[in-house]
Ligand binder design. Structure first.
Ligand code: SF4
Ligand code: SF4
Length: 297
């Protein structure tokens, strides 16, 4: 049985990727299952999804704890999540990254494939949704499913949901990533300082912990804990406001889900706290005079 664990962020399509991979395996007459695991239902929050592929019926319904492959849709997760946790001895990591495999620090040397999936997604899909591109990289790096089957699965799954044109573009993203994927060994030069995940596990919650602010190994929890959750690390884009165009209508200030647009200068001006701006683009979308432009980081 081949087991895959996807690491992504809410909105990047990790769940769809896991499902499309399972469908590609079924196209090749294999058995496959796919399912997600959500923490906080929040755009940008870490998300897990799993796929199992086998040539016999699959009965296991647990999460994948000892993956043959980990697929990482967003390399900012490498700072907060131990993506190699439990990976099998000969396992492989497939990572969306601008770096070469040997430049990616995973704290240990493991087989690694890297592809600039965000650039491919922006080029072909005009959005940083990397789930289809990363499947092309998976196919290239592992050979567990062929790229033709991946394309067919994407056409079927995405075409059905988003229309034929979108299906074709997404299949094209997978093919482009397949052609551009580089494989090698990760860097294991220094201990990888994994920061504790911002979301504590239930075992770490003190009794009544949700009722008041408490400090745990996972950091601060309860009211006010958002201070420690640097959502700015999730961003692919950053909003830049054109002061000359801005009419100070405050729509962006009101609509920002992170509350990171701050009124300054006695309410006459605004400042965005990039430490917490997750780059969702809602402010740019809501601005009535198009004063905000989302810039790629
Ligand atoms: S992109 Fe805009 S709306 Fe989204 S978190 Fe940043 S400032 Fe707030
Ligand atoms: S929504 Fe646009 S015009 Fe209104 S305050 Fe924000 S940037 Fe300025």
């Amino acid at each position: 049985m081949y087991e895959v664990r996807f690491h992504g962020r809410g909105g990047q399509g990790a769940v769809m990727a896991a499902q499309a991979l399972a469908e590609a395996a079924v196209i090749e007459d294999k058995y496959a299952i796919a399912f997600p695991f959500f923490g906080a239902e929040r755009r940008g929050a870490p998300v897990l999804a799993f796929t199992r592929i086998h040539d016999q019926k699959i009965y296991s319904r647990t999460q994948v704890y000892t993956p043959d492959c980990v697929v990482v849709l967003d390399d900012t997760l490498l700072d907060t999540v131990d993506i190699t946790h439990g990976i099998k001895e000969n396992g492989i990591a497939v990572i969306n990254s601008t770096k070469k495999p040997e430049e990616i620090e995973l704290g240990r040397k493991i087989r690694t494939a890297a592809v600039e999936a965000t650039s491919i997604a922006l080029e072909l899909l005009k959005a940083p949704i990397t789930n289809t591109a990363i499947l092309g990289a998976f196919s290239r790096a592992t050979g567990i499913v062929g790229i033709d089957s991946v394309e067919k699965a994407i056409m079927s799954r995405f075409g059905e949901k988003l229309g034929e044109v979108a299906g074709r573009k997404n299949a094209g993203a997978a093919r482009m990533a397949y052609d551009r994927t580089e494989t090698g060994m990760s860097s294991g030069g220094k201990e990888h300082a994994i920061r504790k995940q911002w979301l504590p596990e239930y075992r770490e919650l003190p009794v009544g912990g949700v009722l008041g602010a408490r400090t745990t190994d996972a950091g601060l929890i309860g009211p006010g804990s958002f201070i420690e959750n640097k959502t700015g690390e999730w961003a692919t884009f950053r909003p830049v406001r054109d002061r000359n165009r801005c009419t100070m209508c405050l729509a962006c200030w009101f609509d920002c889900p992170e509350g990171c647009i701050i009124r300054i200068d006695n309410g006459k001006d605004l400042r965005t706290d990039y430490g917490y701006c997750k780059g969702c683009g809602i402010c740019a979308n809501e601005c009535p005079v198009d004063a905000i432009t989302m810039m790629r980081l």
